[in-house]
Design a protein around this ligand. Structure first.
Ligand SMILES: [Zn+2]
Length: 398
């Protein structure tokens, strides 16, 4: 019985706190209207949350008659959360407050040494140097946006096709021992769609698809207001859906995967091969020289026929893959990775046309498109948001 009462109190606290978070600044009367909880209970809950320093009263409601009510807000600086994203090239880590405002951000290049212990050491030192000077008791935890497959229960980074020999890395335990705060792992595309849903282009939209495009391809899915994880975190592997019978081998061991045909390394490979075979291009290529996505998109923008041709084919396949996802999940909005827009509109326009042609017209009739405004901050921001969400869901209890 006591347990049930405590659970009910926690549920109410969680609901009040989340409602303030999403509607701040807000008066007690409005809180009552939105939550359906009695005013006397709201007053009690607010008192507890104020005592804990989680909310503050700031300003008064504009009203024409009657007593002006004071407004409640989340006390942003009460606690902080860390978010981090890594891949084979770089680490981005940031610190946000309870209002999801970025307080600090840092970027580290991984360099030539891609050994597991060297990357984990860099991740740990990037995170610990960012939260230097902040008392541990003010840190709710660290969320990690992982480039590959994770076991989020055990905090293990299981596998990444982007980092050589990266398997079964107990990142959660390593970082927890180092930082002495809770650590949570999530796949990067899932973190990114969460960030867009809470703070980016998809704010307030309950059915979203985020398309990740770079060294790999994947998607993050919000369905009916919830992040879709799948049975064991494998939902959203858009890059390994089959789109062609041309036999291109994929890093996953299969062939004809979307990623093997259209991700940046595949595009670069095709351009190198074509130049070697004698095609004219603005891009100068030598065997050992690296070609970047930016160079390719820039060349296409300047009318380079080879780059235009190869990008247009990639756009075609990307469009087909995304159209399949649109038919499966019926999103209200598709958000493209910022990296897909670096060459201007033509690439995205071509993808949109294929989606509209290929997906069911009933699914595309009111479909919206956007380019991520968050860019490379999306991954770490979404991972940190995960920590905040858990804290708010628990009614603000550590
Ligand atoms: Zn594959």
């Amino acid at each position: 019985m006591l347990k049930t009462i405590r659970k009910k109190t926690e549920e109410k606290e969680s609901l009040v706190l989340s409602t303030i978070r999403e509607n701040q600044p807000i008066s007690r009367t409005k809180l009552k209207g939105l939550t359906g909880i009695r005013l006397a209970t709201i007053t009690d809950v607010v008192k507890r949350l104020k005592q804990d320093g989680l909310i503050i009263e700031q300003g008064r409601e504009e009203s024409l008659r009657g007593r002006k009510q004071s407004l409640l807000r989340i006390n942003g600086e009460r606690y902080f959360a860390l978010g981090l994203e890594f891949d084979a090239e770089k680490i981005i880590v940031l610190l946000i407050n309870l209002n999801s405002q970025i307080k600090k951000i840092g970027k580290t290049e991984i360099g030539e040494d891609k050994r597991e212990e060297s990357i984990t050491e860099r991740i740990a030192s990037a995170a610990s140097s960012l939260c230097e000077g902040i008392p541990r008791e003010k840190l709710l935890g660290l969320g990690i946006a992982d480039p590959g497959v994770v076991d989020s229960e055990k905090g293990i980074s299981l596998f990444s096709s982007l980092i050589p020999n990266w398997e079964n890395v107990p990142l959660g335990r390593i970082l927890n021992e180092r930082l002495k705060i809770p650590v949570k792992l999530i796949g990067a595309p899932k973190a990114k769609v969460m960030a867009e849903f809470r703070l980016g282009a998809g704010k307030g939209i309950n059915d979203l698809l985020f398309i990740e495009f770079g060294p790999g391809i994947a998607c993050g899915i919000i369905s009916e207001g919830r992040l879709l994880r799948g049975h064991n975190e494998m939902a959203g592997e858009l890059g390994h859906t089959h789109v062609s019978d041309n036999g291109t081998i994929c890093a996953c061991g299969s062939y004809g995967c979307l990623e093997a045909i259209t991700a940046v390394p595949a595009i670069v490979k095709k351009i190198k091969e074509s130049i070697k075979a004698g095609s004219e291009s603005l891009i100068k290529n030598s065997e050992d020289e690296q070609i970047t996505a930016v160079e390719i998109f820039q060349a296409a923008k300047h009318g380079d026929k080879l780059c235009l041709n190869i990008l247009s084919k990639a756009a075609h396949y990307l469009g087909l893959g995304i159209a399949n996802a649109v038919n499966l999940f019926n999103p209200e909005m598709v958000i493209f990775d910022q990296r897909m827009g670096i060459g201007g509109d033509f690439f995205l326009e071509e993808i949109k046309q294929v989606i509209k042609r290929q997906a069911l017209r009933f699914a595309t009739g009111s479909l919206k498109f956007a380019v991520s405004p968050l860019g490379e901050k999306g991954g770490p921001l979404g991972a940190a948001t995960l920590i905040l969400d858990e804290f708010f869901q628990s009614g603000g209890r550590m």
